[in-house]
Write a protein that binds this ligand. Sequence first.
Ligand code: NA7
Length: 544
Amino acid sequence: MSASPTPQLDAIVIGAGFGGMYMLKRLRDDLGLRVRGIEAGDGVGGTWYWNRYPGARCDVESIYYSYGFDAELEQDWTWTERYAAQPEILAYAEHVADRFALRNDITFGCRVLAASWDEADQTWSVECDDGQTLTSRYLVSAVGCLSVAQMPALPGQDEFAGQVLHTGQWPHEGVDLRGKRVAVIGTGSSGIQLIPQIAQEAAHLTVFQRTPHYSAPARNRPLTEEEVAEVKATYPAIRATIRTTSAGTALLPAETVAAALTPAEQRALLADRWERGGPGIIGVFQDVMIDPDANEVVAAYFRRRIAEVVEDPEVAALLTPTDYPVGTKRICVDTDYFETYNRDNVTLVSVRKTPIERITANGVVVDGVEHAADVLVYATGFDAMTGPLNRIDIRGTDGRLLRDKWAEGPRTYLGLAVHGFPNLFVITGPGSPSVLTNMITSIEQHVDFIADYLRHLRDAGVAAVEPTREAEEAWVERVNAAADRTLYPRAASWYVGANVPGKPRVFMPFVGGAGAYRLICDEVAADGYRGFHAVAPSAVAAPA
Ligand code: NA7
């Protein structure tokens, strides 16, 4: 029998966003592995490379939404705003790529089409759309959670004569909307950021809203020199703290459950959080995401604030969410969103009861009325969490496709690895806290876990591992049980795949909190990577 051929690479990392870049750096610089990154875009940055729509901004504060692995990087980079806008975050990603000389190890403009596990050679064979096939010992997915744009299938969609855009695939050269009639479909986080910006530029803006969303004011502002200096002086302590929190960022902790307070005390706390701005208002009471009554106190507060701002009572009523708990669809954070509907050049069309009938050459038809548009913007979100992996033909043991294994919903161990797919690791995959947290904190934790595990395997002389079936099943049950204890599954959100027709309704992230999850992973590692087992090469002899 011939010896297994040495793969071309030790590891392939798919994606060069924040997950892929740090993974590449750790494996190359700390473990000395031969690593290649494969990235569909022509540059680094992932989400922030693609989502260039006006108003795109992170809803996690910039000083926390940044890497904590390198003290000098922290000191050298200076954030200018409380919530960084897309160009600044992309510039940061590019700075990191330059600083750590990552680009030469990344193939840009190249998409991974398929990856298959060779059981005899114990290597991954990765097929790219530039025609090349690479082999490697390990495959790491850093494809992101919100990277496959979701387009609705509307009758007549291809007939539209004007420009068609999706927020997640915004043209790099920008779009001149001056004097144009613009239609926006969708009022999630992207729509809510985009709509106030477009309203200022376009001749007319028509917004098509299916579900009104809860949105809190961002209260974005420039950071002062004093604030920046203080943060830089205390960064190690800040990082140490946020790693223990549920959301992986610094939000005011709740002191008590809602029922322990009088209505006046509740209102005072809510008003304080509203004035502070940002998503932290969801954490105002300990039980907002668990107790429907506590949730309703917060939801009612949002409703009152909408009624105060929006001048036309009919428009205000349409913009007011009433039939799902606040926070169960991701809370939005805005600047002048509701105020925008007081402008003369903005029209709101509810498509709740009367869905979009069709798209014509000239616009969007609802309830028999054509709303004319020159530009049509889809702010319709993403095939979240599983979409980016499922569109790659990933074949594990016995040639089984990952998307077939996940047909009834994703199944992972710790959101990091999948039984039947040896040596595949998923950064912030379904079953991990990921999208419920500061993504960069969660990314760093996963990357460190994976890098430490690969070092451990090298030291132990183990070539291939996978989670056991039992460990995976137990984790899936734990993820489901955690979600069922909350109000999260009550909304038709992208967390449960409700925005993609035919997608199984499963709450995908682990809701137990990033800090608690980190402890679980640390225990798994300390216990000899409990739940994983070594995989022996199959008996099939490699062809002579
Ligand atoms: P979201 O939050 O999924 O929002 C998409 C929006 O598009 C939402 O309002 C949808 O209504 C709407 N939508 C989708 N399909 C249709 C059709 N067919 N007709 C009308 N309206 C439609 O995506 P975002 O890009 O805003 O944000 C995604 C995440 O990125 C965000 O949560 C942050 O984590 C960053 P629906 O609510 O489904 O009724």
